[in-house]
Design a protein around this ligand. Structure first.
Ligand SMILES: NC(=O)CCC(=O)C(=O)O
Length: 272
C-alpha cells in the first residue's frame, strides 16, 4: 500500500483559495498512491483562531468540493485533513474528511479533544463525540486529529473497532516537536498499528510549525519522516503487518479491564 502525506506549508501571505488550488494540484500529483493525507486546518492554519469563523464552511463547501474532485481525478483515497466546519444547527467543528477514489465523502470526523485550554479551538469550536473508522480495500483506518494524539484511550477505542492504520492530521508547533514524534511512536507501539501523522510546515499566526510528518509501523519503527518544510512524504507499507505484529506479540490480548479504584490507607475507598 502506498501512502503519501502532503506536509503543506501554510504561508500567511497566501489566500485560502490559492492554497486550496495548490493542495488540489498536490493531491492530483499523487495518482498511483492508495492513500493521500493532508494535515489539520490547512486552509486557515491551526492557530489562526480569528480565521476559523471567517473560513468555516459546510460539508458541501468549496474545500470539500475541491477535495472530492481531486480524489476522483487522482483515483486515490484522500484523507483531506481537517477544515473548520460550519454546522448550520450547531457550533463550528474541527472536522476531518475522507473521500473515496470516486470522490464520495466516505467519512467525517469531528475532533474530540480541542486544543487551547481556555482559548482558541477549545472555546471557538464544539467537541466531537464519535469515534470514526473507515474501511479501505487494504486496511481499516482509525481517525484522530492533532491534540487527540495525547489521549491514548481514543486510539485504543479505534483499535477495538478494528483500526490498523491510525491517521492523524495535525498542525503541531515546533516548540513541542519532541512530544510529536514520541507520542506518534507510543500510539503505534501500544496499539500495534501503523501511525500516519501528517503535520503542516511554515508559520501559523506567529506559531512556527514542526513539520516532520512521520509514518511509524506497528513495532514502533519510523518508516519515513519529513523535514521541516513543505514536502510530500511517500511510503510503501504492508498493512498486514498490524495483524502479524498482534499475532507474534499478542500484548493486546493481555489487557485487564474494569480495575478497582485505589483504596486509601485505612481501608476506605474513594476520597478521604
Ligand atoms: N492543533 C492542535 O491540536 C495543537 C496540539 C498541540 O499543540 C499539542 O498537543 O501540543
Amino acid at each position: 500500500m502506498r501512502a503519501s502525506l502532503i506536509q503543506i506549508e501554510v504561508d500567511e501571505g497566501e489566500s485560502v483559495e490559492a492554497r486550496r488550488r495548490r493542495a488540489a494540484a498536490l493531491v492530483r500529483a499523487q495518482a498511483g498512491a492508495d492513500l493521500v493525507v493532508l494535515p489539520e486546518l490547512w486552509t486557515t492554519g491551526a492557530f489562526a483562531y480569528e480565521e476559523f469563523g471567517r473560513e468555516a464552511e459546510p460539508l458541501e463547501g468549496p474545500t470539500c468540493e475541491a477535495m472530492a474532485e481531486a480524489a476522483s481525478d487522482a483515483g486515490v483515497w484522500l484523507h483531506a485533513g481537517s477544515i473548520p466546519e460550519r454546522d448550520p444547527d450547531g457550533p463550528l467543528y474541527n472536522t476531518s474528511l475522507v473521500f473515496s477514489p470516486s470522490g464520495e465523502l466516505a467519512a467525517a470526523y469531528r475532533k474530540i479533544h480541542r486544543f487551547g485550554f481556555d482559548k482558541g479551538e477549545a472555546v471557538l469550536m464544539g467537541a466531537g463525540r464519535d469515534l470514526v473508522t473507515v474501511r479501505l480495500p487494504e486496511a481499516v483506518l482509525g481517525l484522530g486529529t492533532c491534540y487527540d494524539l495525547r489521549f491514548p484511550e481514543l486510539f485504543r477505542g479505534l483499535v477495538d473497532a478494528g483500526a490498523e492504520l491510525l491517521v492523524l492530521p495535525a498542525g503541531w508547533p515546533e516548540r513541542r516537536r519532541a512530544h510529536w514524534t514520541l507520542l506518534a511512536r507510543a500510539r503505534a507501539v501500544e496499539n500495534q498499528a501503523f501511525m500516519l501523522a501528517c503535520g503542516t510546515a511554515g508559520m501559523h499566526a506567529g506559531v512556527p510549525q514542526a513539520g516532520h510528518s512521520v509514518v511509524v509501523d506497528p513495532w514502533g519503527e519510523v518508516l519515513a519522516e519529513a523535514g521541516p518544510g513543505e514536502e510530500v512524504l511517500t511510503v510503501d507499507l504492508d498493512p498486514a503487518k498490524a495483524a502479524a505484529t498482534r499475532e507474534q506479540f499478542p500484548a493486546l490480548k493481555d489487557r485487564v479491564l474494569g480495575l478497582e479504584p485505589p483504596r486509601h490507607r485505612g481501608g476506605t475507598r474513594g476520597p478521604a
